[in-house]
Design a binder for this molecule. Structure first.
Ligand code: BEZ
Length: 389
């Protein structure tokens, strides 16, 4: 074993002889800091990400680039006001090699700031905050999921093609909701539609009654929504209970029916949504993934599990190129942006801003599944406005 002193001495003698020391394979455990919600409306999403990530690592025999993995977990509670303290626990107290997180866009923005300042590798397995792969983009920040704009844009195209002309949007009042609605509007209005009104409730409130009454009186052709997790369950049930389901079609970013269908029951039947994952996808990798996930966790995976799995794939691609060195962002980034990632969602590539360039699917709820209907938009890339790298 080489201790620090002998390493420095041999490095110094190499330097004296005019020889640059070779990049060494990194040894020792790789500390992975999971910053995910374990409580609150997004708790189930955090669990699915954790499961998906560990499934891929287990398939690799518990090691990435020869390094065993040690997991350290922080519950971020989907609370942006605690995000800086939480992420600094992982960076400064636990000295992690890589952070994997999170679900909530507001929390992710604080994490991206801390990652950028400290140079710590960050892989975002859900939060779609456009800014993270826009003005905040960085060589050490990657996303395995989507930008909030992407599913909204795909659903806007489909809604316009279906002949809808007047839409109302309804969502939580924070970055994810606003950006999802912007994506919808960009496509819907470009195709000649008009968004009559944007309705919001504060995150994570689920008091929808007054807004549902307003929708009934506005009488749009279609309602576009972004909700997820526990809030999505309540919203879809309330929409049906208000008698709107049969008179005004409800469409959304697919989170509104992903991982939620058992709890939503008949209220969700027939809903159309757009997302980068679906049930019954014609992707061979998906069949293998679903079998392995069901065997390991005794439940079916959802989009969040896929994003966790792919976060681990991205980590493995990058670290194999850097011989396990999580600090070599340049070589890590070069390997990841060159790769084609064989995801259960279908193959995708990574944009220069480090966001997936991926097919967006139209799905329809049938029983407990978001059944694949068609490719709504092929290889959709986020505009990455403001990213300079
Ligand atoms: C977000 O905050 O970015 C988000 C949360 C849940 C599902 C999708 C996006």
């Amino acid at each position: 074993m080489m201790n620090r002193k002998t390493f420095l001495t041999s490095a110094a003698s190499l330097a004296l002889a005019g020889i640059a020391p070779l990049a060494r394979a990194q040894a020792g455990k790789l500390k992975v800091g999971f910053m995910l919600p374990a409580t609150g409306t997004y708790a189930a999403l955090g669990t699915a990400i954790d499961n998906g990530f560990r499934l891929y690592v287990d398939q690799l025999g518990g090691k990435i680039a020869g390094r065993e993995i040690e997991y350290i977990r922080v519950d971020d509670e989907s609370d942006p006001s605690k995000a800086t303290d939480n992420v600094n626990k992982l960076i400064k107290r636990d000295n992690v090699d890589v952070i994997v997180g999170t679900v909530h866009s507001g929390v992710a923005m604080a994490m991206a700031k801390a990652a950028k300042e400290s140079g710590t590798l960050l892989i975002i397995p859900n939060a779609g905050a456009d800014a993270v792969t826009g003005p905040m983009c960085a060589p050490n920040i990657f996303r395995s999921s989507f930008s909030n704009w992407q599913p909204g844009f795909a659903m806007g195209e489909v809604a316009a093609k279906q002949g809808h002309k007047k839409a109302v949007t309804i969502t939580w009042k924070y970055a994810a909701g606003a950006e999802s609605v912007k994506g919808f509007k960009d496509a819907f209005e470009k195709a000649g539609g008009k968004v009559m009104k944007d309705l919001t409730v504060p995150f994570p409130n689920v008091e929808f009654q007054a807004l549902l009454t307003e929708i009934a009186s506005l009488k749009p052709d279609v309602v576009y929504t972004f909700f997820a997790g526990g809030g999505a369950v309540k919203f879809v049930k309330d929409y049906a209970a208000a008698g709107l389901k049969d008179s005004i079609p409800l469409v959304g970013a697919g989170f509104v029916t992903d991982g939620t269908l058992e709890a939503q029951g008949a209220a969700a039947e027939g809903l159309l949504t757009a997302l980068h994952y679906a049930d019954e996808l014609p992707a061979p990798k998906d069949k293998e993934f679903r079998l392995a996930y069901a065997k390991a966790y005794k439940m079916q995976p959802d989009v969040y599990a896929v994003q966790g799995y792919d976060a681990a794939q991205i980590l493995a691609i990058g670290l194999n190129a850097t011989k396990g060195d999580a600090k070599n962002a340049k070589a890590f980034s070069a390997a990841v942006t060159k790769a084609t990632i064989d995801s259960p969602r279908g193959k995708f590539t990574m944009s220069k801003a480090h966001n997936p360039v991926q097919d967006m699917y139209l799905r329809k709820v049938v029983g407990n599944e978001n059944v694949y209907q068609s490719v709504a938009v092929k290889a959709l890339a986020d505009p990455a406005t403001g990213c300079r790298m």
